[in-house]
Write a protein that binds this ligand. Structure first.
Ligand SMILES: C[S@@+](CC[C@H](N)C(=O)[O-])C[C@H]1O[C@@H](n2cnc3c(N)ncnc32)[C@H](O)[C@@H]1O
Length: 210
């Protein structure tokens, strides 16, 4: 399926994304807030920011934040949420070359996005290129164990009543690590995270450093 079907599905989800029950979204937000990789003056690039569910928090504990997403509907919701902040919102498909000069960010943050991206190599290379030396790339993904068990991003569309399943790719843990290392990153830390009553890890996090 072409990427536009992923973008369109997120476009449909945008207006209800924040209201829907979503244990993965909530655990991801909780885990992100436990991390200590951000410093107060950091320039941060968030890719796949969606409704800005985590962007406001990033802005509250870092310096400049640029947040990108390829869904205009998601960005519209984020715009409303972030109107009181200095966050810059850009429309960008992160599988295309990124329109940023090299070495201008201290952190790249990607949460619950890369399951929708088939080829991870270009993402890691772009992330490394836009980071300063010593910069960090934090990613959080639905754990591949769960994907192998059949879990996939989906929602019940309020308007049509249909359940919409969003196209996704299962990347093994080794692929994330090897593509990151292949792009020139060092792995600093990995985490596997369970929600309440989960018998399998729900999330995998990796902190890379340039
Ligand atoms: C599950 S949401 C996650 C939103 C937010 N990061 C969070 O953690 O709540 C995935 C987001 O990634 C975006 N996305 C997926 N593929 C993308 C791509 N190729 N380029 C830019 N954004 C993309 C979707 O539009 C959607 O907003």
């Amino acid at each position: 399926m072409p990427d536009s079907s992923i973008r369109d599905a997120y476009g449909q989800w945008a207006s209800q994304y924040d209201r829907d029950e979503n244990a993965t979204r909530d655990l991801n937000a909780e885990v992100l807030r436990e991390q200590s990789f951000l410093h107060p003056d950091d320039d941060v690039l968030e890719i796949g920011c969606g409704t800005g569910f985590n962007t406001q928090w990033l802005a509250s504990c870092a310096g400049r934040v640029v947040a990108v997403d390829f869904s205009e509907a998601m960005l519209e919701t984020a715009r409303t949420r972030l109107e009181e902040t200095d966050v810059a919102l850009w429309r960008l498909d992160v599988t295309e070359p990124w329109p940023f000069d090299g070495g201008q960010f201290d952190c790249v943050v990607s949460t619950l996005v890369l399951e929708h991206v088939e080829r991870l190599g270009p993402i890691f290379r772009e992330a490394r290129r836009v980071l300063r030396s010593g910069g960090r790339f934090y990613l959080s993904e639905l754990h591949p164990y769960r994907q192998l068990g059949g879990a996939q991003a989906n929602f019940d569309h309020e308007a049509s009543g249909e359940n919409v399943t969003i196209d996704a790719f299962t990347h093994p843990v080794s692929e994330f690590v090897n593509e990151g290392v292949g792009a020139g990153f060092t792995v600093r830390e990995m985490g596997e995270w369970y929600g309440t009553n989960d018998d399998l890890p729900r999330l995998m996090t990796i902190l890379f450093e340039k």
